[in-house]
Design a protein around this ligand. Structure first.
Ligand code: F2R
Ligand code: MG
Ligand code: MG
Ligand code: MG
Length: 339
């Protein structure tokens, strides 16, 4: 069962990125009907076997991080920095990296062989660091690598973030997203309520934000709880106003968590009821709009770790570039964790 959860996490993260990328540039909510039309295309089209959905920076970086963890059996900052940089400069334009992170890779390349892997990130935005969601979008392999060791998970989530993102919100976003995947790996459908899952996240974020005066995640998690408990489902526009779905880690991570918890609470829209739970989480997360590939990949990583890979249809996966790599890395991270 644990192997199914590892594969589920990596494969649903891939699907969330590949499907979400179709709508990322629109920066508006995606109608359920639009998503269900894509479902029909994926189900029926010959094109599904041709892998016509490209993955983006989210998956590219997650896979490089996973490869490094597998090859070294531990987190080696210089190696991850090297893999991120080499991949960035050789990848096709369809990966759509964040606008400012290029500067980090240019500086890392110049100072090769990566003598100061954390230096360039700490110079971003006049020393403030990036608060983009790029640290959290790629962090799920850390959770698979560290499964059962929360202390190590928090340490590696922070270290992997700091290679490109040193802003406290980006670091806490990576820790929160990795923790959500870990809670999902450690629990099973029917064994935990949405409120219990939320409480575990809340306890962790209280600790992560103890020295953060703004308490952005703490407040957003409170809002999420209120929205899920409410009788009437919040409109996507209200969600956008209250929590957000944008490029900031504080928005995208909370949106992914909201989508997963809404489905766990059985509050998913009836339009998606013919789909499996994992599919529902991925589609529901993308329907929120905004940074759809990133919210999709993070919600997918959590949902796949919770429900396993059984609910991911082959017609989804065969349409996604990178399926074999995702499967292979999940299997290797599982083997490593068993040791
Ligand atoms: N780049 C994209 N999407 C662009 C749309 C492409 C579309 N598909 C198309 O067809 O054209 N997506 C990817 O970028 C996000 C991850 O970004 P990351 O890695 O966090 O990058 P970066 O450059 O560090 O930050 C992104 C922007 O956030 C603002 N920002 C960050 N920190 C800031 C700070 N301290 N002060 C002010 N602004 C800050 C800047 O505008 C950065 O450029 C994911 O969505 C991934 O999918
Ligand atoms: Mg992307
Ligand atoms: Mg907004
Ligand atoms: Mg994105």
């Amino acid at each position: 069962m644990l192997l199914s959860k590892y594969k589920g996490s990596a494969l649903a993260a891939l699907a969330g990125d590949c499907i979400g990328a179709e709508y990322e540039a629109a920066w508006q909510p995606v109608a359920y009907q639009t998503l269900m039309e894509l479902e029909e295309i994926l189900k029926n089209s010959q094109a599904a076997s041709r892998r016509f959905l490209n993955y983006t920076d989210d998956t590219e970086m997650a896979h490089e991080l996973a490869k490094s963890l597998v090859e070294n059996g531990k987190f080696v900052a210089k190696d991850v920095a090297s893999k991120f940089t080499k991949t960035f400069f050789t990848s096709p334009p369809c990966r759509y990296y964040g606008e400012s992170v290029r500067t980090v890779f240019e500086k890392l390349q110049k100072a090769s062989p990566f003598s100061d892997p954390f230096g360039p990130a700490s110079e971003q935005f006049d020393g403030q660091g990036s608060y983009g969601n790029g640290s959290a979008m790629r962090v799920f392999p850390v959770a698979l690598f560290c499964h059962g060791n929360q202390e190590l998970l928090e340490k590696l989530a922070a270290l992997s973030a700091k290679l490109t993102h040193v802003h406290i919100d980006a670091i806490n976003g990576a820790k929160l997203q990795a923790s959500a995947v870990e809670i999902a790996l450690s629990s099973s459908d029917g064994s935990i309520s949405w409120l219990e899952f939320w409480q575990k996240l809340k306890d962790l974020i209280d600790k992560f934000e103890v020295d953060v005066p703004e308490k952005v995640y703490t407040n957003k998690l409170d809002t999420i709880k209120e929205l899920i408990a409410r009788e009437e489902v919040a409109s996507v526009h209200e969600f956008e106003d209250e929590v957000g779905t944008g490029i900031k880690a504080t928005e995208a991570v909370c949106a992914a968590i909201y989508a997963f918890l809404m489905c766990l609470a059985d509050r998913q829209p009836s339009e998606l009821s013919s789909l499996s739970k994992v599919q529902q989480v991925v589609f529901y997360s993308i329907s929120l709009g905004g940074d759809t590939d990133t919210i999709g990949t993070m919600a997918g990583a959590i949902a796949g770790a919770f429900y396993g890979d059984e609910g991911l249809p082959s017609y989804w996966l065969s349409a996604c570039e990178g399926e074999d790599m995702a499967r292979d890395l999940a299997t290797k991270l599982h083997e490593l964790n068993e040791k």
